[in-house]
Ligand binder design. Structure first.
Ligand code: PMT
Length: 418
């Protein structure tokens, strides 16, 4: 065997640096295009990535694990139930190990299982368990690709921030012609590199707040709001992807911490304020995506409030919470301050008022209400800064966050007239 046959990475060229040191978990699902996964391993390694491969059982019918083992230089996994492999690197460890998860080819069946959150084999489980960005390169018959079920599943995944690479169009192994061909390995690598962004934020420190706050009424009840934390977590992930050092102050949410992000969990607005102010001075950018409760009960009852007989009801006396964003904006050595504005009407007008009153560098305004902004996988933003504005059309929160972070990077460097 020549070194080339073993798939050992080729000589160092400028292109090698593109994924240098990036740990790519390549998932290969069943389909005739599985053989192209082997070429992809080589191209990924040529670009400097460290690659580990997981095959579905069906993929292993098309190409042997040994092929991928030789090309990647690492044992290949195919099952959740492999005791020796689990002892070496358990599936959760493998999910944590990855900087990028790429499924190529992604069959219609795998796409459906991912869209519905199945964890019925090793690859689907890893996709669910990882905090790394997930990219899928579909490959299937053109009718299967065009099928409304496949398109709906893709739309679901896209809205969750999964990158869909391709497919290409042309002659298919089944003899038909149309969309559904796996992209060429070089194209997949190029799109992964593009998706990782220019890493223009290396060395920049980002502080992000996310999620709701809970203001306790008694030991079992609280005042809260509908924020899921998705928007703020997406901003933290996008900033980390672009190379920033990210600290995320998270209200009570059930979301995995984005890869490479330092997380501080808090519950109430006052806890969030303390955590943010302790960090703000050490950061270059503060993005306030949290839906901070404006009010809290004046007193927290030490015991569960009892229903009284009759119809006397209960009156809660509320006091105002600190405005964290305004406090950060008022710091003498303040970071670049980005606020969100959640409005149910006159979105742009109220957001501009917040921009000016709180002396922000940028505000990201979104319309909230029934089926808008909160809890959803998608959103739409109006960006306003002193002297400029931009509209980010409705899209998945991951995509919006990347666009927002890119805009922050440019505004900080003064690349957009302010
Ligand atoms: O979490 P998701 O389900 O993904 O939903 C996303 C979102 C709708 C919560 C998010 O996009 C958003 O709009 N976040 C800000 C919500 C909000 O509190 O908006 P506001 O207009 O009330 O506040 C304006 C700004 O002041 C915000 O940056 C907020 O973080 C900040 N603020 C508000 C009150 C307060 N006491 N302290 C603050 O710092």
């Amino acid at each position: 065997m020549t070194p080339d046959d073993t798939g050992a990475p080729g000589p160092v060229t400028p292109s090698r640096a593109r994924l240098a040191g990036v740990r790519v978990l390549l998932g290969v699902s069943g389909g005739i295009a599985a053989y192209k996964g082997a070429e992809l391993v080589r191209r990924l390694r040529d670009a400097g990535a460290e690659v580990r491969v997981v095959l579905t059982e069906n993929a292993a019918r098309f190409v042997t694990p040994l092929t991928f083992q030789a090309l990647s230089g690492h044992p290949v996994r195919t099952s959740l139930w492999d005791e020796s492999a689990e002892a070496a690197m358990g599936h959760i460890e493998l999910a944590r190990w990855a900087d990028e998860v790429v499924v190529a080819p992604a069959s219609a069946d795998l796409i459906a299982r991912l869209a519905h959150g199945f964890a019925d084999d090793l690859l689907a489980t890893l996709c669910l368990a990882t905090a790394a960005p997930l990219s899928i390169a579909p490959a299937m018959n053109q009718q299967m690709w065009a099928n409304a079920a496949t398109q709906a599943n893709l739309a679901t995944l896209h809205a969750r921030g999964v990158r869909v690479l391709g497919p290409g169009s042309g002659g298919q192994a089944c003899g038909e012609f149309g969309a559904g061909r796996l992209l060429e390995a070089d194209e997949i690598v190029a799109r992964l590199v593009d998706g990782r962004g220019p890493r223009e934020l290396v060395g920049v420190r980002f502080l992000v707040s996310a999620g709701p706050t809970y203001e306790d009424i008694d030991p079992v009840r609280f005042l809260g709001n509908r924020s899921s934390g998705r928007m703020g977590f997406a901003v933290a992930a996008a900033a980390a992807e672009a190379g920033a050092d990210v600290t995320l102050v998270a209200g009570p949410v059930h979301l995995p911490t984005p890869r490479g992000v330092r997380r501080i969990d808090v519950r109430s607005a006052r806890q969030m304020r303390d955590a943010v102010l302790a960090e703000a001075g050490a950061n270059d950018v503060f993005v306030a995506a949290a839906a901070v409760g404006d009010f809290r009960p004046r007193d927290i009852a030490p015991h569960k409030l009892k229903k009284t007989s009759g119809d006397s009801g209960l009156e809660l006396s509320l006091v105002q919470n600190p405005d964290i964003l305004a406090e950060v904006a008022a710091l003498e050595r303040r970071p670049f301050v980005v606020g969100f504005a959640a409005e149910t009407e006159r979105v742009e007008e109220y957001a501009r008022e917040k921009l000016e009153r709180k002396r922000l560098d940028l505000v990201a305004a979104n319309e909230v209400g029934a089926g808008l902004g909160f809890e959803r996988e998608d959103n739409a933003l109006i960006l306003l800064w002193p002297g400029g504005s931009d509209v980010l059309e409705r899209s998945g929160k991951a995509d919006l966050a990347r666009a927002l972070v890119a805009r922050i990077a440019r505004l900080r460097l003064g690349k957009v007239p302010a």
